[in-house]
Design a protein around this ligand. Structure first.
Ligand SMILES: NC(=O)c1ccc[n+]([C@@H]2O[C@H](COP(=O)([O-])OP(=O)(O)OC[C@H]3O[C@@H](n4cnc5c(N)ncnc54)[C@H](O)[C@@H]3O)[C@@H](O)[C@H]2O)c1
Length: 266
């Protein structure tokens, strides 16, 4: 029998109670990993850990807490190592999508989005990297960016800024982490069909599908596959990069309504 890709590995995923993080944790567990699932909502973390453990048979533990709190993210690493004896992959997924027009954006909103998206990811990556260095076997860090770190989307100035910063963090850290066999990369999702987005817009999938070159909105499974790829053995030499999973959305630019090209239309 072939061994599963992440057999005997331990993974931390933040914001894993729902949406992208849940699917990332589910795919790691289906591929043999043990997982620590963090969520700010304790009942969500517990329900996700129970559902994934029962579906995949993998050991899963819930860990409630706000990633904006440095003590919380440091404790996630301690808990994972205490329970599973090691840490191999850390997915800094939790993020806050904070909408607001620039002219009226409040300092409190700014502090919150920076605290969750940047402080949370920065200090969790640091805690994981310290553990990887001490363990001596390297490790993988994946940060959850966004296409809004590459392209302007209305009313996401602070959020987009945090996502661009995460990608620079990954590039910068290749210098300090590579000597310890640690890779750090980002996945930058486009418009993903998640419970949160469907809650905002029931027609989300169809509306984004019309805009995206591949003709379909992105599914959480598409994002999870990119995360697992970056954590897999074949990606050991990929570091400091961002994989954009957006169905071609960021590659296209708007053009005026003109009739050139009409001869080529199907
Ligand atoms: N959904 C998208 O279309 C999309 C697109 C691009 C990037 N992203 C990024 O992907 C990541 C996951 O997105 P999502 O839409 O699945 O998330 P989400 O908003 O649906 O939240 C997922 C889970 O994270 C938890 N969470 C929220 N704040 C937290 C905190 N401070 N600490 C711990 N847990 C917290 C929530 O309770 C929830 O269960 C985020 O970083 C987001 O910015 C999402």
């Amino acid at each position: 029998m072939t061994q599963k890709r992440f057999a005997n590995q331990t993974v931390i995923v933040t914001g894993a109670g729902e949406g992208i993080g849940y699917e990332v944790a589910r795919q790691f567990c289906a591929e043999g990993a043990s997982a620590l699932l963090n969520d700010i909502l304790p009942e969500r973390a517990a329900a996700a850990a129970e559902a994934i453990a029962s579906e995949t048979g993998a050991p899963c533990i819930p860990a409630a807490g706000d990633v904006a709190d440095v003590a919380v993210v440091r404790a996630l690493v301690e808990q994972a190592v205490a329970r599973f004896g090691q840490l191999n992959v850390c997915v800094c997924n939790a993020g806050l999508t904070s909408w607001g027009d620039f002219f009226n954006y409040e300092p409190a909103d700014f502090e919150r989005v920076v605290s969750v998206n940047l402080r949370g990811s920065y200090f969790l990556a640091q805690a994981a990297a310290r553990q990887f260095r001490a363990g001596g076997s390297g490790g993988r860090i994946v940060l959850m960016s966004s296409v809004t770190g590459h392209r302007a989307v209305p009313y996401l100035s602070a959020y987009g800024m945090t996502k661009a910063a995460l990608e620079m963090l990954a590039r910068n850290l290749v210098l300090e982490l590579s000597p310890h066999g640690i890779t750090i990369n980002c996945v930058a999702p486009g418009a993903v069909v998640t419970p949160r987005n469907l809650n905002d817009d029931l027609d989300y999938e169809a509306r984004w599908g019309k805009l995206i070159p591949v003709g379909k909105a992105i599914q959480t499974a598409d994002i999870a596959k990119a995360v697992l790829f970056l954590a897999a053995p074949e990606s050991a030499k990929i570091t400091g990069q961002a994989i954009v999973v957006d169905g071609g959305w960021t590659s296209a630019s708007p053009i005026p309504d003109m009739d050139y090209g009409k001869d080529y239309e199907n």
